[in-house]
Design a protein around this ligand. Structure first.
Ligand SMILES: [Fe+2]
Ligand SMILES: [Fe+2]
Length: 495
């Protein structure tokens, strides 16, 4: 993908033959290229020391991008404002597959309170190296970091590079330590489960429930996902068989919000999407447990009861008048989530219907979570690349093809929680997806070892790490393993 961008730039951008249409896309292309190269370099500087060969390579790649821009545009100015990125004062349109890399880069910068980077002159490799090691070594959460960096640059006679302070907005939360953040995410997850339980109980006994509380919780969930997606997606791998419906509802909300933010749905609407996900199966509340949990074949009557739940759910929401515009979205979520992309699902329609975006997102989230649900005979969920295969196969029939792409990109080829065997003969659990789409097959893995009768958490390894002496990757996934065969509860290792 990067080559493609690089190719476009070389072909059209920097040779001067730019048409007016390319002009609109150019800042986005150049800005994206800059973020990819610079964030790789910054990450490299935290892993490798200054003399490492990998650093040399990363410096050269990044330098080329920077100096090309400085040559053609006069200077390079990059700025972060909230979730927006500006490149030479023009806002970058972040593509869905580049979203994670932008987000993780912004997080790294935010931690250091740096919001602007400027190259006003062509830089040398040594300048860039000095600069990136200055950045990587900065104290976390120090507001005057930018002053320190500029002073240091001046002191080293590097006059063409400057940084600026991060613009901070009150509603943005900056978590200092990741443990705090994780705790916060866990709290939201379990609060949401309790909320779905409460709401289900109230509906069963025909009582009203607190809509405000639900809205607030979903706003918090959106914030938490924006800050710490990995923990929440990790929590979504929890599959509790006894409380399946509650778990499932929260997981669908999490997946839906995570997809929504990648395709650029505004924050305010993301919490609506979360609500629609949380209550998409509201219509199941009245269905007797015996039918819901039946493992044998359903009778035609039972099947009819099940198939009624999208309509029952939509009707339940309709009764709650005070929900405003949120109601429409929640009705779509409930009514459409089993319809399928080609409308071949249920309820059967008498007229053609244009599916809503929220409906299509929830359909995908619902399907994925339902497929990884534990069966009675499988204590733990079966997470595997097979599920993604099924989704691809049904893309265009059951699911919106564009959304399938975004979803697979988000989960990675080896989704969070996948049990894997490495070429070093070590076993591990995928714990963090690589932000760089090119290294989607190289996630971070938590190694596990077997000793005194149980599996224990080992160290965290990054599969994108290269061995300096051989120039090859230190570890590579050989194959995925079924956690049931090893009796491993992956969720335990993730949260
Ligand atoms: Fe459903
Ligand atoms: Fe569902």
């Amino acid at each position: 993908m990067t080559e493609e961008i690089g190719g476009v730039i070389k072909r059209e951008g920097l040779t001067g033959a730019v048409t007016s249409r390319d002009h609109e896309h150019l800042p986005t292309q150049l800005g994206t290229e800059f973020v990819i190269k610079f964030s790789r370099l910054l990450k490299g500087a935290t892993i490798y020391d200054r003399k490492n060969v990998n650093i040399e390579r990363l410096i050269q790649e990044c330098l080329q991008t920077i100096n090309d821009v400085v040559q053609s545009e006069g200077s390079l100015f990059f700025k972060i404002v909230r979730d927006n990125y500006f490149f030479n004062n023009i806002r970058i349109q972040v593509m869905a597959d580049k979203y994670p890399i932008f987000k993780s880069f912004a997080q790294e910068m935010r931690k250091r309170w740096i919001g602007e980077i400027e190259f006003s002159d062509e830089a040398s490799g040594e300048d860039l190296k000095d600069f990136v090691y200055l950045l990587s070594g900065l104290e976390v959460h120090n507001e005057s970091n930018f002053l320190y960096v500029n002073k240091q640059l001046e002191y080293r006679n590097i006059t063409g590079i400057h940084v600026g302070k991060l613009e901070f907005f009150k509603d943005e939360e900056i978590y200092v330590d990741s443990e705090n953040q994780k705790r916060h995410s866990r709290e939201i997850y379990f609060k949401s489960i309790n909320l779905v339980k409460e709401v289900s109980e109230s509906i069963k006994s025909q009582k009203m429930f607190n809509v405000r509380k639900a809205k607030r919780l979903m706003q918090n969930a959106v914030n938490a996902i924006l800050q710490d997606e990995t923990t929440l997606l990790g929590l979504a791998t929890i599959k509790n068989y006894d409380e399946y419906t509650f778990n499932h509802s929260v997981n669908v909300a999490i997946y839906a919000i995570a997809i929504g933010q990648r395709i650029g749905i505004p924050k305010k609407h993301l919490s609506h999407l979360g609500m629609a996900g949380l209550f998409h199966d509201l219509g199941k509340v009245q269905i007797p447990r015996e039918i819901l949990n039946k493992t044998g074949k359903l009778t035609p009557e039972e099947w009819m009861v099940i198939r009624a739940h999208p309509v029952v759910g939509a009707k339940t929401v309709m009764k709650m008048k005070e929900w405003g515009e949120l109601s429409t979205r929640m009705i779509s979520g409930s009514f459409e989530h089993h319809l399928k992309y080609d409308l071949s699902g249920y309820p059967r329609l008498t007229r053609k219907l244009k599916l809503s975006l929220f409906g299509k997102i929830i359909t995908l989230a619902d399907f994925y979570d339902a497929l990884v649900r534990p069966r009675v005979y499988n204590r733990f969920p079966y997470v595997s690349e097979k599920i993604l295969g099924i989704m691809l196969e049904r893309s265009g029939k059951d699911f919106d093809p564009a959304l399938v792409k975004v979803f697979i990109n988000m989960l990675g080829i080896f989704p969070l929680g996948t049990l894997v065997l490495l070429d070093t003969n070590e076993m591990g659990i995928v714990s963090k997806i690589h932000e760089d789409a090119e290294e989607i097959d190289r996630p971070q893995v938590c190694l596990i070892s077997y000793s005194s009768g149980e599996y224990r958490k080992g160290k965290m390894v990054d599969l994108s790490e290269i061995d300096e002496t051989t120039g090859k990757y230190k570890r590579t996934i050989v194959k995925t393993l079924d956690p049931n065969e090893y009796n491993i509860n992956v969720a335990e290792f993730l949260i």
